[in-house]
Design a binder for this molecule. Structure first.
Ligand code: ARG
Length: 459
């Protein structure tokens, strides 16, 4: 057991207590962030004259060698240390002696861990944004390629009105755009530096907090030392954004599972993204989509867990907050994996355009347009709705679609129908007349695609 705080104690820590309390098994992920933060702190301590320039230089050199030794496998992080902070400090002292003992001047593990967590999550926000961007690029090209890939649009999972695959995918594009901007917002709000807050009440040393903030790429220092060490709002915001991303991926996955089913066959997942059954030779299962859907649960769990852990914590630091790490790491790893796999899955999936088109023609998806046709001929909408309702009933009884009825059959129900009804209710007309911005009509979709093209270029 290598502890930083033995002085006041007369007894060794019980081994079980030590194990329960230690965080090295998971916070060793912070090694790079911990060392980066310490280098900034040592630089500032030197610049302000709190320690000498030589001491500052020795510390920085020592820290750099610790990082490279771990990265090269020369130095191992072991459970002999309570946490990553103790590991780094003990190794530094081993290497450079007394100067190493000055690194922690004007600092506490409370502001140190608050900084490490911020540096870590800040980097991961950037990584996740990149993955969301790549996913949006895939969705964008699917949209460009499928402006006239007709398919039914659903409400209540019942066929409603025809749309195109470009339009359907475009709905997810909007979701992912919001996800991206949420991550940017979180980044901007959290990007202030807690280092220098000390344990909770700042320090008596003349620290230059603006300098450390600047060295670490923050917009500035935090303004309340108690809040600095006890704030995990940004973790909660990040977990919430990750939950929303997972929810979006899960909905899309659910649709792909439905579309990939034997009954629908709108899409076929690539063999590389499907799995087989150990007993049923004919099976090709959408396991990846199911896992993405399933993993949403653990991301939500991280959010609820973090909210619950924080709700009863009095100011300022309490050890409960150590619980923020494993669940945040897991949520980040999970979401990164899901986005990357989902992206690969939809990139390689084949669309069965003919099947989608046929499906869009069945199920009376053009019934609204048939009613609108009558309205254009002067029939009040409510009456038109009733007439088309009767036509649908007649068609169901006679196993026909609206396109297959003869003009006589139309006229038998309402004499207003003319030969132009067929053109008015064709799939192409139904979609192409919907041309207000945001609608599936090809002209409207082209405008949206141009907007998205610009958006992606400027990200
Ligand atoms: N491992 C601790 C955590 O993750 C580091 C901070 C320890 N501070 C303390 N006062 N015990 O929160």
């Amino acid at each position: 057991m290598a502890q930083l705080w033995g002085g006041r104690f007369t007894k060794e820590t019980d081994q079980l207590v030590y194990n329960f309390n230690a965080s090295i098994s998971f916070d060793q992920r912070f090694l790079k962030q911990d060392i980066t933060g310490s280098i900034a702190h040592a630089t500032m301590l030197g610049k302000t004259g709190i320690i000498s320039d030589e001491e500052s230089a020795q510390i920085i050199e020592g820290l750099k060698t610790i990082l490279s030794d771990v990265e090269n496998g020369k130095l191992e992080i072991t459970s002999e240390y309570e946490d990553v902070h103790s590991f780094v400090e003990a190794n530094l002292i081993d290497r450079i002696g007394d100067a190493g003992k000055k690194l922690h001047t004007g600092r506490s593990r409370n502001d140190q861990v608050a900084l490490d967590m911020k540096l870590y999550t800040r980097d991961e926000i950037t990584n996740i944004k990149e993955l969301v961007k790549e996913l949006m690029e895939t969705v964008h090209s699917l949209m460009k390629d499928n402006l006239d890939t007709y398919m039914p649009g659903f409400t209540h999972l019942q066929k409603a009105q025809p749309v195109t695959f470009a339009h359907h995918a475009g709905a997810y594009m909007e979701m992912f755009k919001r996800d991206y901007s949420r991550l940017s917002d979180i980044y901007d709000r959290m990007n202030i530096c807690p280092l220098g807050a000390g344990a909770l009440a700042g320090t008596t040393y003349p620290l230059d907090r603006e300098l450390t903030a600047e060295l670490l790429g923050f917009a500035g220092p935090t303004l309340n030392s108690m809040d600095s060490v006890s704030d995990r709002d940004y973790v909660i915001e990040l977990l919430s954004a990750l939950s929303t991303i997972s929810m979006h991926l899960s909905r899309f996955s659910e649709e792909i599972i439905i579309w990939n089913s034997n009954e629908y066959q709108f899409v076929e997942l690539d063999d590389a993204y499907s799995t087989g059954s150990s007993i049923m030779p004919q099976k090709k299962n959408p396991d990846i989509a199911e896992l993405v859907r399933g993993k949403t649960g653990r991301v939500y769990a991280a959010l609820v867990s973090m909210l619950t852990s924080m709700k009863g914590i009095p100011l300022a630091y309490n050890k409960d907050m150590q619980e923020d790490k494993e669940l945040t790491f897991d949520a980040i790893d999970t979401v990164k994996g899901c986005i990357a796999l989902f992206n690969g899955m939809i990139k390689t999936m084949k669309l069965n355009k003919e099947r989608m088109r046929r499906s869009a023609m069945e199920g009376f998806t053009n019934a609204t347009d048939a009613a609108d046709y009558l309205v254009k001929k002067g029939v009040p909408f409510r009456d038109a709705h009733g007439i088309i309702g009767r036509l649908v009933l007649y068609s169901i009884d006679n196993k026909k679609s609206l396109d297959e009825l003869s003009l006589d059959e139309y006229k038998a129900i309402c004499p207003v129908f003319e030969d132009d009804i067929y053109e008015a209710i064709s799939l192409e007309t139904c979609v192409s007349l919907r041309n207000t911005i945001g609608a599936p009509g090809i002209e409207a979709m082209k405008k949206v695609i141009a907007i998205n093209e610009d958006y992606l270029k400027n990200l």
